[in-house]
Design a protein around this ligand. Structure first.
Ligand code: SER
Length: 310
């Protein structure tokens, strides 16, 4: 049997935590290696301490464990990235180029690269933002993702490396916390609500952004990676949509469970980042190419988040 052996780079993060578990269910515990800068307490077997800025370290892992697929999730997100633009560029690009180059040299069969709605910026239509909309990122995170999309396209064109990518919206789940993103408020708000605390929101009430429930994000990732190669027409990164809402709307959905829940608004520097992003995304290429269809709306997500965080 020809079983894939998977390496997840950045497995401690918001997505990595949940994706690792799912990939282990599918491919078997022993065929999935998780890796990050440090091991979390009570962490799993097959964890490798790995600094993805170190080319030789990644190469050693890939050769030693005969890795056939890499999910490269290590990144500095939009808000945190603005605190250190050059450091963010260095880390986001170096880790990606290391993964691509090691994959090319050692015949890794498939690579996953997460892009983001942050590749979009001002001067485009923010409603129903098309796959083909121009990329004018307003953050160093967005610039690194836009450049990353071009690099993965280059590695596909020039070397035939099968890299696949999604432009994730804000991802919301109960299993893990995001760190340093502009959409993080939509996770934090549930943690406050279940503790019967008020929530101070760093975005204004009407700031609508594309979002997605964790299960949809994980399923999209795996469906894309398992789709037949000939179906993948987008070799930069796919637009993908789940739902869109603003802080007032998520607060309203929480009030159905916690009628006394209160939100107040104190926009900070993240408001300008959010204002540069689309409100909602046209994902028709993902739907046409590999049958993408989201399953969760705001109401369903709120119910699950509250039940699990309570
Ligand atoms: N959730 C991410 C962020 O806010 C978007 O990719 O940075």
């Amino acid at each position: 049997m020809n079983t894939d052996v998977i390496l997840i780079v950045g497995s401690n993060g918001q997505l990595g935590t949940v994706l690792s578990q799912k990939l282990r269910q599918i491919y078997g515990d022993f065929n999935v290696f998780t890796s990050d800068l440090f091991q979390k307490i009570n962490s799993e077997d097959n964890f490798i301490t790995l600094d993805a800025t170190d080319f030789n370290a990644i190469e050693e892992v890939v050769v030693k464990h005969k890795i056939t697929q890499i999910y490269h999730l290590a990144t500095i997100l939009s808000a945190k990235g603005e605190q250190n633009p050059l450091g963010t560029w260095d880390l986001n690009m170096k880790t990606l180029l290391n993964v691509l180059e090691v994959s090319r040299l050692h015949n890794v069969k498939k690579v996953f690269f997460p892009s983001s709605i942050a590749v979009f910026g001002n001067n485009i239509n923010k409603e129903n933002t098309l796959q083909s909309s121009s990329l004018n990122p307003a953050t160093v995170y967005g610039i690194s993702k836009a450049a990353g999309e071009n690099w993965v396209h280059y590695y596909y064109q020039k070397y035939g490396l099968d890299v696949r990518s999604l432009r994730y919206p804000g991802v919301i789940g109960y299993q893990s916390l995001p760190g340093g993103g502009t959409t993080d408020y939509a996770v934090d708000i549930y943690h406050k609500a279940v503790k019967n605390e008020d929530f101070e929101c760093f975005l204004a009430s009407k700031t609508t952004l594309p979002m997605m429930y964790m299960d949809d994000a994980i399923r999209a990732t795996i469906e894309l990676m398992e789709a037949p190669k000939e179906n993948i027409s987008i070799r930069t990164s796919y637009n993908i949509a789940g739902m869109s809402f603003n802080p007032e709307e998520i607060a309203f959905s929480i009030k159905e469970h916690y009628p006394n829940f209160k939100i107040n608004y104190k926009p900070d520097f993240r408001q300008a980042i959010a204002d540069s992003w689309p409100k909602n995304i046209n994902d028709s290429d993902a739907r046409n190419d590999w049958n993408w269809e989201p399953a969760y709306n705001l109401k369903a997500m709120t119910k699950i988040m509250i039940e699990n965080l309570k």
